[in-house]
Design a protein around this ligand. Structure first.
Ligand SMILES: N[C@@H](CCC(=O)N[C@@H](CS)C(=O)NCC(=O)O)C(=O)O
Length: 210
């Protein structure tokens, strides 16, 4: 099994934290997506969506998509569980992870890609087209992200981790969502104190890259 990854990329880091929390070793191949290596062979044929991370199994099967890779690893290495042990627990973790991905991680990703100068010419991950950055997309992405921040701030005032009393994949998704939002310099500590408390708690884990 080989993981194709890029140390600095948020989705690659999500999988790496998942792996480190489980204390397992997986062979890694670094693909520099900033330099466009994902468009070269053999990577282009391995993952025609031109994104990392992706996992190659012994028979050549490729699993891309961060959460799908994590699901596969969870089944191979169930302990410690990061996707839940009971039906209820698994559903709640999945619910929170989806909320954070759909209403937080994705909107802030598009906000960042449509605003930060370093993403000019690379607005849509895994493409080489010349789409222009659109300030209104950045603005709306940030609006959607702030709605989520408000909601999780209330939730985290009574919940230690995103999906309850145990650390889970939802905390990993949430952590990298917050990292991506740093570009926008939102005042988290005073405006969203419970998010700040939770973010600091996750940051202190040894699996989080320093
Ligand atoms: N939906 C994919 C998205 C993966 C993705 O966007 N990866 C980024 C790095 S964080 C990438 O490979 N970008 C390539 C590029 O910018 O062209 C997943 O969840 O794994």
């Amino acid at each position: 099994m080989k993981l194709y990854t890029f140390k600095q990329a948020p989705n690659a880091q999500r999988v790496q934290v998942f792996i480190d929390e489980k204390n397992i070793e997986i062979e890694r191949v670094e693909i520099n997506v900033r330099d466009g290596e994902q468009f070269k062979e053999p990577f282009q044929s391995m993952n025609p969506f031109n994104c990392i991370p992706f996992l190659e199994l012994h028979d050549g099967t490729i699993i891309s998509e961060t959460v799908s890779i994590c699901r596969y690893l969870e089944e191979l290495y169930p302990n410690p569980s990061l996707l839940g042990v009971s039906s209820e627990n698994r559903a709640l973790i999945d619910m929170w992870n989806r909320r954070l991905e759909l209403d937080g991680f994705t909107p802030i990703l598009h906000a960042l890609r449509n605003k930060a100068p370093r993403f000019a010419g690379r607005v849509i991950p895994g493409t080489r087209n010349d789409l222009k950055q659109i300030p209104a997309v950045a603005e709306r992405g940030l609006d959607i992200f702030k709605i989520l921040l408000n909601r999780i701030n209330s939730h985290l005032s009574t919940s230690q981790f995103v999906a309850g009393i145990e650390f889970s994949i939802a905390d990993i998704t949430g952590y990298f969502m917050m990292e991506m939002s740093e570009f926008f310099e939102i005042e988290i500590e005073t405006s969203f104190p419970s998010v700040f408390r939770w973010h600091s708690l996750i940051k202190s884990r040894p699996s989080i890259p320093k």
